[in-house]
Design a binder for this molecule. Structure first.
Ligand code: CP3
Length: 341
């Protein structure tokens, strides 16, 4: 079962390519008019749980722009949901967890589920998406890092500083360890199951890793991400994206991951220096820069590719695409990569 456009997989393997592959974090959903139509009719978790809808939303950006990889439409918070923690998605507010974890007893009560049962709808969405993609391009599966998931489980909602989540880890380290390990174990079986269902690579989103000091990052976040990489690296290629985690890049480069995500606050030069030039890097266009005029976007993308170098590089944003990006600006970003020579 060969994939026709395997640029993305070859870049992950470190092979030399004519131009780097491109996709955009959070490309499925958010900014496309055809997505908004589906969003009007179905609430968030209905879209996630209905394979027909999730697979349709996954391929929408591919039809429009022809990226070199698709990412399954879903959310990192299906994991706590499967672990018996109630998660709501409130319109114009975001995630809301009415019963956050705040004590040792509550951490002990959290279950490690049979993901093949609880998250079977994700596996069905993968099967259906693979059919729709027809082996044209690879499909990426994903999960949140254990720390990023803990942030929501304890804070109960999004936050500028996740103060309650940090306080929980600092004042109740035993409870935090129990919860982080349960999330890790669930995530490992979840990602393994996704690979069996057909995804060609997985990405771990550590969106809130940069909230931690370099020291705390190692014990609270990286320790668990490393377990996931160790468990998955024989099965598939693993990309680790730690937002704001440039300080940990040296460590990450020796972890067994196939690629590392870089945000826009770290220069290409610094990222290459810290990772010793030996690992594939992915990033790092400032998502807000997609608000610039298309001609400027194209120039900046060409310069970014020259900065990172065309090999061992995957063009992406430095974080998820913003909901207010004009469709022609997203197109300029993708086209600039395809026109690169
Ligand atoms: O490319 C894709 O968009 C694939 C699907 C995807 C979603 N969430 C769909 C979604 C992915 C990869 C995610 C990851 C995710 N979810 C992360 C990590 C990446 C990141 O951006 O840092 C995080 C932290 C979440 C948690 C989450 N889910 C938040 C904070 C929100 C609300 C704000 C927002 O719009 O991102 C969500 C809701 C969500 N997840 C939406 C979508 C399309 C918007 C709500 C809706 O469509 O009704």
């Amino acid at each position: 079962m060969n994939i026709k456009n395997d640029l993305f997989l070859r870049a992950l393997d470190g092979e030399s390519v004519d131009r780097p592959p491109v996709w955009m974090m959070r490309q499925a959903g958010r900014y496309l008019p055809e997505f908004m139509k589906i969003k009007e009719k179905y609430d968030f978790f209905t879209r996630c749980r209905t394979p027909e809808l999730a697979s349709e939303i996954t391929v929408q950006p591919i039809r429009r722009y022809g990226m070199d990889a698709a990412i399954l439409f879903s959310d990192i918070l299906v994991i706590p949901q499967a672990m018996g923690i109630e998660v709501e998605m409130k319109p114009d507010f975001g995630p809301f967890l009415p019963n956050p974890i705040r004590s040792l007893k509550e951490a002990e009560e959290v279950i490690v589920p049979d993901v093949t049962k609880e998250l079977d709808y994700v596996m069905q969405a993968i099967t259906m998406t693979k059919e729709k993609l027809n082996n044209e391009i690879p499909l990426i599966g994903f999960a949140g890092s254990p720390w990023t998931i803990l942030c929501y489980c304890v804070q109960g909602q999004g936050s500028k500083n996740f103060d309650k989540a940090k306080a929980f880890c600092f004042t109740n380290p035993e409870a935090a360890k129990i919860l982080l390990q349960k999330i890790t174990d669930t995530t490992i079986s979840y990602l393994k199951s996704k690979v069996k269902s057909g995804v060609n690579a997985v990405q771990i989103f550590d969106s809130w890793g940069g909230m931690l000091s370099p020291e705390d990052y190692q014990t609270i976040s990286w320790h668990y991400i490393q377990q996931i990489v160790d468990a998955l690296k024989e099965d598939t290629k693993v990309i680790v994206f730690g937002k704001g985690c440039w300080f940990a890049l040296r460590n990450m480069a020796n972890s067994g991951a196939s690629a590392l995500g870089i945000d826009w606050t770290c220069s290409a030069q610094n990222a290459r220096y810290l990772t010793g030039g030996k690992i594939t890097l992915q990033g790092n266009f400032d998502p807000a820069r997609l608000l610039s005029p298309p001609a400027d976007i194209k120039k900046m993308v060409t310069a970014m590719i020259n900065d990172f170098g065309k090999d061992r590089y995957i063009v992406n944003l430095g974080h998820g695409i913003l909901p207010n990006i004009p469709v022609e600006n997203a197109k300029a970003f993708i086209d600039a990569v395809k026109e690169y020579s």
